[in-house]
Structure formats: C-alpha cells, structure tokens
Design a protein around this ligand. Sequence first.
Ligand code: ADP
Ligand code: ZN
Ligand code: ZN
Length: 826
Amino acid sequence: MDKFAEIVFDIPVDSKFTYSIPDYLQNDVKPGVRVLCPFGNRYLTGFVINLQNSPEVKNVKSIKSIVDTSPSLSPEIVSFSKWIADYYASPLGEVIAMFVPKKISIKSEMTYALAEDYTEKVNTVDSSNNLIFDIIGLIQKSGNKRLTRKQIEKKLKGKTGAVLDFMVEKGILTRDRTYSDTTRELYVKYIKAGFTRNSVEEVIQLNKIKTPRQVELLEMLSREETIELSRLKNFKIPYSTVSSLYKKQLIEIIDVKKERKPEQGFEEEKKIVILNEEQQNCLDKISGSIAKKEFKTYLIHGITGSGKTEIYIRMLKEVLKKGRTGIVLVPEISLTPQLIRRFRNHFESKVGVIHSKLSEGERLDAYLSIREGKYKVIIGPRSALFAPLENIGMIIVDEEHESSYKQENSPRYNARDMAIVRGMMNDAPVVLGSATPSVESYYNAVTGKYELLKLTKRATEAALPFVKIINPLEKYESDGFRKNEIIDKSRQKFLSKELLYAIDDRLERKESIILLQNRRGYHSYIECMNCNHVEMCDKCSLSLTYHKQIHMLKCHICGFTKPMVTHCGECGSTLLVDSGAGTEKIEEELIGYFPNARIERMDSDTMVSKYKYQKVLNDFHKGNIDILVGTQIISKGLDFPNVTLVGVVNADIGLLIPDFRATERTFQLLTQVSGRSGRSEKPGEVIIQTKHREYKLYDMIASHDYEGFFKTELKAREQGSYPPFTRFSIIEIKSKSKDDCLKESREIYRMLTVLESSHGLLLTPPVPPLISKIKDYYRYHIIIRTTKKSDPAGKKMLSAIRGVKSKLQKSHSVRVSIDIDALNLI
Ligand code: ADP
Ligand code: ZN
Ligand code: ZN
C-alpha cells in the first residue's frame, strides 16, 4: 500500500518533497491531485507527482488535506511538465503551476482577533507601547472581525509582527490560520414567473394587482422565460416591485452560473471563401496527419495576406470532427481581434480565449470550462499552451517568429518549441505559420525536420506593395543644405519630404496610413553639450526618455520616472540637447503638417486599458482615423483594406544593437509592417527611411526576398557559430554588489571550463551585457554554446549546466538564473 507521496510546490526550489499520507486520505491522494501540506511555518498547496511505499528521507510530515476530489492534472500534463522542467532546468513545481490558475491555489494566512477577556489582559502588560492600542482600536472599528497581518499593517502603515506576537503571548489577541478564498464561480440572479405563463391576466385579477409596475413586470414574465435581475433597471422597475411580487409568491428568484467572458469587440462579417490552389494544397497535406493522428511539424511560410487564418480554421474543423481539440497560439491577444473574431464566427461558443489581462475570475471560469469539455479550441498567448485540454489533435503557432513566445522569467520556456513537444506527446500535428519565419524554424524546414508549405500569393487579388527605401539625409543634400545644417535639420524634422507628399496624397484620396517609429516617448535621450553627460536612470544603466505628455523622464526598463530636468546633472549647464525621436514627437510633427487629419498614436503608453486597443483598431477599421502612428505593435496581423501607405520613420532602430538576431528582427519587423499596405484592390506603397541605404538587408526587404535574406543570414550564423548551428544559452549572474557579481561569475566560469572539453562546450567568459545594471542589480552573462552536430538534443549542455548549478553555494547576495535557448541578449 502506498503510504507516501512525492510533492512539488510552486516555489523557486528545484526539488520534490516527501509527505506521508494519513489513513483517511489513502484513497484520495493520487498523482495529479492537489494537497495542502505544512511547509516551514505555513501551509502550501502542492501537487502530488508520485506515490511511494517507503520514503527516501526520514521524519516526514504528513499531508493535511486534499484540495481536489478529482486530479487537476492529467498524466499527460504531468509528463509534459517534467519534460519542460528538465529541458529548461527549472523547478517542476513552477512549471506545473502554469497549468492551474493561480487563485485556485490556496495559501494560508495568519489572522488576529481580540481575545474574549482582552481588557483584563491589557491591564497586566506594560502599556507604554501605543501600537497595542492602535491594533485593538483597529480590530474594534472593523466590527471585531478577524484581520490578517497584512490588513493591519496596511492600515497602521508599519511593521507589526513583533507586537502582534507579543499580544498573542499575553493573551490579548487570538491567532488563527485562515485559508484565503479561492476565486469563486460567479452566480447571477434571475427571476422567472411563479405561475403558468399564459395565465397572466387571471393572476393579475385574482391577486388584485393594481400598481402599474407590478403589472408590467408580470406581463414581461409571461413573455420571457427568465430575466436577469440586474437588467430590470433598464426598464425602470425598482427592486421593491420584485420583492412585493416575491412575497406574494408570484415570482421565483433563481441563481444561474454565469461565465465571465471578456468582450471581444471587433466586428467583421463572416466571409465565405473558396480556398485557392496553394491554400488547398496546404490543407490537404496537413489533413493527412490529422486523419492519421500523426505527430508531424509543418511550417507554413505564407506571405502577408496569403490567407493563413482561413487554413487554420479549416484544419481545426477537421480536428473537431475527429472528436479532438486544438490550441492556437498567437503572440498577443489584444493585437489579434480579427483572428479571434474569425474563429468565433466559425466555432462560436466552442472557442475559449485566454489572455494575460483576464481577471482571476475570468481565468477560473475559462479553466473550468476547458475541464468540463465546453471549449474545444483554445486561443491565447504562450500561456494557452498550458490549457488543460484533453485529446489534443492539433497545435497551431501563428507568427511563430515572435519573441513573445519566450517567457523571460522562470520557467524560461519557449512556447513555440514546447508546442512541438506537446504535439508529440498527443500524436498531433503541429503547425507553425509566419510570413517571416525565424531562421531556426526555416532551417529545420529546409533540412527536412519540418515539412515546408508555401503560400506565395496574396489570397485576395492584391499584389504585395511597392517598397521604396530612402535616405532622408540625402534628400536634404539634394535640396542644397550643407552638412552641419543637415544635422541640425535632421534633429528637428524626422519626416522626409517624400514621405510627407505621400501622406498628403493619401489624405486627399481618403485612404489610410500607418507610420512606424519603433520607440516610444518624445525623444530618446538628453545630452549636455558642455560635458556630454547623458541623463541616466538612477537604478539602471540606461538613458532616460522624455515623455512630453506627462512632462517626465522615464526609464524604459524599470519604469523609474522623474521630472524633466533643466540643468545638467553633472555640471549644471543648461545647454541640454535632445536626440532622436519617439512616437510622441512624430505625432507632434504630423499634427503640425496636417492639422486637419485624424491622427492616433498607438504604443504601450497610450494603450493602457484592454479596451483601448480594440477601440482604436475598430475606429481605424471604420475609417474614423486617418493616420495611425505607433511602435511595433502596429505591425502585427492587422488586416485593414483601406491602408495604402506604410511609412517607417527610422528603420535603423534596433539594427545596431549587439545581438546576433538584430538583422533578423529588423527584416521581420519591416516585412510585417510593409504587409499592412495594399491589402485590397487599391495598390499599396511603403516608404522606409534609413541612414544606411547601403545595407543589402534593405534591398531584400524591398524585393520581398525572404529566401535571399535567409541565405545571407544563415552564412553569418554559421561563421559566428550561432543558432541554428549551435544551442545558445546564457547564465545570468546578478547582484547589488558589483564585486560579488564578478566574483561569482568568475567562479561559475571556472567550474564550466573544467567541463569544457568533455562536454564540447563553447564558452564566452563573463561580461556585462549592454544594459549592465537593472534595478540596482549588476549583471554578468556567461554564454554557453554546443554545436548541434556534437550535441543534437542539447543533453551535454544541460548536463554541464546542471552539474554547475548543483554545486552553487546558496547565496543571499547573488542570484543566478539559467536561460536555455536564450532570445534576449541585452
Ligand atoms: P494572413 O494571416 O496570411 O496574413 P489572412 O488570413 O488575414 O492572411 O487573409 C487575408 C485576407 O484574405 C482576409 O481578408 C481573408 O478573409 C482573405 N482570404 C483568405 N483566403 C481567401 C480566399 N481563398 N479567397 C478570397 N479571400 C481570402
Ligand atoms: Zn531604470
Ligand atoms: Zn553637463
């Protein structure tokens, strides 16, 4: 008989814990069930992973209770979690926790109440401490309710731990644990007729109902089966009407479970389309795998507007016909309202949408609906990969090249790569789609690891837009400016004449315009002309950006803000010059030129609420906005037929940073944003401004030459020993003390060099990354690579990293994190 259970917790500790199972829980504790266990001086919810006959450790504690009656984790989820935890060298508990909504976990908390005889007890203590009376007063004021320590400290604005302990010891307070509420399902009150509905006239007469409101309500109830109580105010029927009819037993009040569904307010007609040949070919190929329940990875390389979404929908219909389910991953939900609308049009209530802005209640509802089998298709960002669907028949990763699939805190998984693993575990095909596939995926496709499917034409009659690359400085030269004047001019004006003429032309023709400037704020940094000092964040090694709307300087890493400066922080000079332009400045410049145009800015500063994106996108779609200016968020999958001009103000942003993927990202961003132009019968144009017209990259963007880009880039990757030829991981060492940071980095590096030849590692000694300090933490990076040839599954690299990790001393001052297949190098 199993007497012990191995349990993991959602804590950053990479180990399993053994607990004994009390007799009365023997039948209930099974793998996948959540249990409440004593942990240190509190109780934590944990997940049962295994059962054991004899424990490997002595003196085990015992499980207190179970949280679920049926396992919340299927065996598939447990093995998938183990895979992820293994591959990313992450704690299993943290990985498993991603499958269950946070709020559903229970954490215990201390609460305090006044003892019955507290007045007597107070008299016995030395009462010089005012805090004692403040606490007593506070509890009395709250109606003698139990208060948590957090509540008390918030009200009294200070630490109370020691005093509370003292008061408990002296018998003034009683202490108890309560378990914080899990988010509850939402119930809504409805009313319904308490009489046969066609007898309403009789009922009114018999009961001598005279008040017009009561008559009205009874008549309403004879027509409608049920009415939501809160809707009555729309008909000006007060609650007193309800209560008097209720007392006469003429109406019933019932509770109906309501699902909190976030509104997706994007309207689009359901179109009936006939697939073109390329689309049909794509569908036929993948249908084969769906029918055979075969795991296989496909990469659809389809140019912008080639109709990928349509194929996704048809594939999923076949999956559902087979009685299986599907997951669709998208980079960001708020930016894909059209895709969601199209899925809703086809699958209606079978689609569940998950995203990071859901409230805890909404998340719980979605989770329960998936478990109950109501949703057959789940759409969402990377976290949707952890939907507890059963019998998964397909996973789609749209815009697979997007870096948002990578989670940048622990567990640092990449959902695109893990989608392939989950597909494999479910015998299900996995479909990656993009107009600009990542170099890694395309390489896998051309080498036969994935099957490559191409869509080379736009689905509608439209052609790809005409792309023009211009150097705004050259323009000025031809206009007769001298060099230093050029620099002055270029500082103040960012839109070239050519771009302005094109905008003017579209405004006249009532066509829409998208302008990309991939940097938010007003200008990018402030420099002192006297001493060259640049205003920096106090906590990060990053220059501050001026935000005109709030008249503040802001750090784009940690969010630190301070008032705009008038004097140099170093020498006090007032000769401050601002450089570069962000979206705010471009917007201002546009308003100056086109005061009558309707201009809207879209970046993470303006898009503060979850509805704002949708409103702006809707307005733009309807033609209520002429020019949309924004950061990269405007480059994502928008399909607006009326856009005929896309302008890129400064294409070089992002190109010159020290990251081997900078070229790839620039190609992707500019190709994607160009793809927003000319999607219907009106031809599209793109104007890209760069100061580096000589770069080959821009020619390839102009000629929509993905293959050309891929070939050139692949060569560079091979020469530099970068992915896809190597696995590329980073060990990050952080500390508030620069010395400790460096010391630990050198020690880890030393340990790695011992394994260098046996494990075939390519090591780069510790160096600070571009942003060498974030939020007061100094940073060092050690880059570890192994070649794909010598280490195809990455096992050698992992074993080296694990080996070093297990030898690390626990340190409070230094933090070490591991980023397998790192995407973020700065
Ligand atoms: P992608 O996701 O590849 O950029 P979309 O799926 O958004 O492209 O499709 C672009 C447009 O073409 C949409 O308006 C879509 O309704 C339309 N479309 C897709 N397939 C067809 C087709 N076979 N015939 C006509 N229009 C189509
Ligand atoms: Zn900062
Ligand atoms: Zn100065």
